[in-house]
Design a protein around this ligand. Structure first.
Ligand SMILES: [Zn+2]
Length: 428
């Protein structure tokens, strides 16, 4: 009997304990909910954020979850957001956020990307020019933060094998190559191949190039990594290499020669040669024998004239029959002259550094000239030379210290081209 009473006592005690625990549990739960309320702060921006919070429980946003808008003339950020389903409370919250002036500083041609949540919250607003770098407004914990942002894109490798039928451009487009990559190809091989006169139907090339993607969307075209051009029986290769020694990105042949030459073929694009280098020419203005120590390129007044190589301006000004003249010294041995210019690039003075291909002046007919043209001279060790026949020096090859690294890389790239080339033909 005594045992039984004892047992009941324990039993009751246990029951009370369980009930008490349950009561406390319930109570705490309710209390927690009741007592929780956001702190009231006298900051209007914060109040907006509390209102924003309530939106989360509203109906699901049925519009497109992401938008990309190109900024037009006279656009403002507010105008664009307002006409793209961003509710005014978000716009107000944005304006009040620190850094909003950076976000609002949009320019024609920029892109504004808006990512909505399913509940219509514009969670990301990204202002960018190139799709990768820009200013990002991010909505998190009911508040916007605005900061500089750079997206890490995915780099996709592409391969194309193209046999030229009608034109290089048309044939490359047919294989899906983007415009800018075709242009790069022409530029890279343009030092060795004249794409206007040298190309025949049946010439071909293989190319490995890059494309940049972000979240499955193409952002931009990338560089050519490697390419091989077969013109008749000749094969030209170009392999991209980042030099740590010179901090540059350049293209080299498989032997490590720079694909570029130290000098451009011509100082004026879209021109024709109106007078060749000729030491016994009768001068058209003076009407007596006077050596023509350069090459004349006929082009309309105002056509840009580019420096055929990098160097330093050693003369800029008027000089007798030359008219407006620029002389550029490229090395101890090489210098070039550009005469009869209508005007100079305003940036240039005596001693200015110029890059290869940089516009230094404009075609004109100052000095002794019968019509607008550029008179171009090429001097080696102070002596006039025919710029069309002189053996132009190559641009700098791979530096010795990086040669082995380059060759290893080149082998990899050539193997990759071969491998993809075989796969490509196995499929077709
Ligand atoms: Zn001339």
């Amino acid at each position: 009997m005594k045992n039984l009473i004892l047992d009941i006592k324990y039993y009751l005690l246990f029951l009370i304990f369980v009930l008490a625990a349950f009561f406390l549990y319930l109570n705490f739960g309710i209390n927690f909910d009741k007592n929780y309320a956001p702190e009231i702060v006298a900051d209007a921006a914060f109040r907006d954020q509390i209102i924003l919070n309530e939106v989360k429980d509203e109906k699901i946003f049925e519009g497109s979850l992401s938008k990309k808008i190109k900024v037009d003339k006279n656009d403002t950020l507010i105008k664009i957001l307002g006409s793209n389903e961003v509710e005014s409370k978000f716009i107000k919250a944005l304006i009040k956020t620190k850094g909003s002036e950076k976000l609002a500083n949009i320019k024609t041609g920029d892109f504004i990307e808006i990512s909505f949540s399913e509940k219509k919250i514009p969670e990301e607003i990204f202002v960018t020019r190139n799709g990768l770098k820009g200013i990002l407004a991010e909505f998190e914990n009911n508040t916007y933060t605005i900061k500089n942002h750079e997206r890490i894109p995915e780099v996709i490798e592409r391969f194309a094998s193209v046999t030229i039928n009608e034109s290089l451009y048309q044939s490359a487009l047919k294989e899906g190559m983007p415009d800018s990559v075709i242009m790069d190809l022409v530029f890279i091989f343009g030092w060795d191949i004249d794409f206007v006169f040298d190309i025949r139907s049946g010439d071909s090339f293989e190319i490995l190039y890059e494309e940049y993607f972000y979240k499955g969307e193409k952002i931009k075209n990338g560089d050519i990594k490697a390419a091989r051009f077969k013109r008749g029986k000749k094969v030209f290769s170009a392999i991209r290499f980042f030099s740590k020694a010179s901090q540059t990105k350049e293209y080299f042949s498989t032997r490590g020669e720079n694909v570029k030459k130290a000098f451009l073929r011509t100082p004026v694009e879209f021109s024709y040669i109106s007078s060749h280098y000729n030491l016994n020419r009768k001068h058209p203005v003076l009407n007596k024998i006077r050596a023509h120590t350069g090459v004349d390129y006929a082009a309309p007044t105002g056509t840009p004239v580019r420096s055929t190589s990098s160097g330093t301006v050693s003369f800029i000004g008027n000089k007798g029959g030359y008219g407006k003249l620029i002389e550029i010294k490229h090395s101890e041995d090489y210098s070039t002259r550009y005469a009869h210019l209508s005007k100079f690039s305003p940036r240039l003075n005596n001693g200015s550094k110029v890059e290869q291909g940089e516009t230094i002046g404009y075609v004109g007919q100052t000095g002794l000239a019968t019509g607008p043209h550029l008179h171009y001279e090429f001097r080696v060790s102070g002596n006039h030379t025919n710029p069309l026949t002189v053996k132009l020096p190559d641009a700098k090859p791979i530096p010795e210290v990086e040669k082995q690294e380059f060759l290893n890389h080149a082998i990899k790239m050539i193997n990759r081209l071969d491998e993809l080339f075989l796969k490509f033909y196995a499929q077709t």
